[in-house]
Design a protein around this ligand. Structure first.
Ligand SMILES: Cc1cc2nc3c(=O)[nH]c(=O)nc-3n(C[C@H](O)[C@H](O)[C@H](O)COP(=O)(O)O)c2cc1C
Length: 190
């Protein structure tokens, strides 16, 4: 399996890092990473990670300015793309087909080739423009997984909340993540 991982400049780039860590443990998954300039800035602002540490987790790393990269072409077959987190600028770029960097081009290519694109949009609050663009990309076939808090599974730390989001994303690719705790129907108490 081959999955493109895009990390853009929304808050929560640590989630992209955690996803790469998880995927590293899947022997059957080859990851192709592209990090935007905005994401690089957010790694600086929000984490103590160096970009080298992030990139080391991916099988292949592409420069966001390199429009001649393999993932820029539909002939390079992938199983799809995950953008985690996805900024509102990148959501807008996908909605408009405005492929002005490699991350946007790769998403555009996945959509034109009918491949799975999972978007994790992050902004708060969401304006009507954001909502319109998110609806647009959903209409075009993207799976939208907002990084929402989940409480039904006992996820009482940020780490567990991130694990849950990653589990939800990986299920879209038929991948089971052991740390994912799904909803379990409670037996009625007598
Ligand atoms: C610390 C920080 C946090 C940000 N958080 C968000 C966010 O949560 N959502 C968002 O859409 N943009 C956010 N931005 C703005 C984006 O980084 C900016 O719009 C950037 O141009 C996005 O470009 P990209 O999608 O190519 O990374 C943030 C910027 C910084 C510096």
């Amino acid at each position: 399996m081959r999955i493109i991982i895009g990390i853009s400049g929304a808050s929560g780039v640590i989630m992209g890092y955690e996803l790469l860590k998880v995927l590293k443990n899947f022997d059957n998954v080859e990851t192709h990473l592209v990090i935007t300039e905005g994401a690089a800035e957010n790694f600086r602002c929000e984490t103590n990670l160096t970009l080298a540490e992030v990139k080391a987790l991916s099988d292949v790393v592409h420069d966001n300015r390199n429009m001649a990269a393999a993932i820029s072409s539909g002939s390079f077959v992938t199983d799809g793309m995950i953008i985690l987190p996805c900024s509102m600028k990148t959501v807008a770029g996908i909605a408009a087909g405005f492929a002005e960097n490699l991350l946007l081009r790769a998403a555009d290519v996945c959509l034109k080739e009918n491949r799975r694109v999972v978007i994790v949009p992050r902004e708060m609050p969401l304006s009507r423009i954001h909502l319109r663009n998110i609806k647009e990309i959903a209409d075009y076939g993207c799976v939208v997984i907002p990084p929402m808090l989940t409480f039904y599974n006992g996820a009482d730390t940020v780490e567990k909340q991130i694990q849950h989001i990653i589990g939800k994303i990986l299920r879209q690719f038929g991948l089971e993540y052991k740390a994912f705790v799904p909803w379990q129907i409670q037996e009625e108490k007598i």
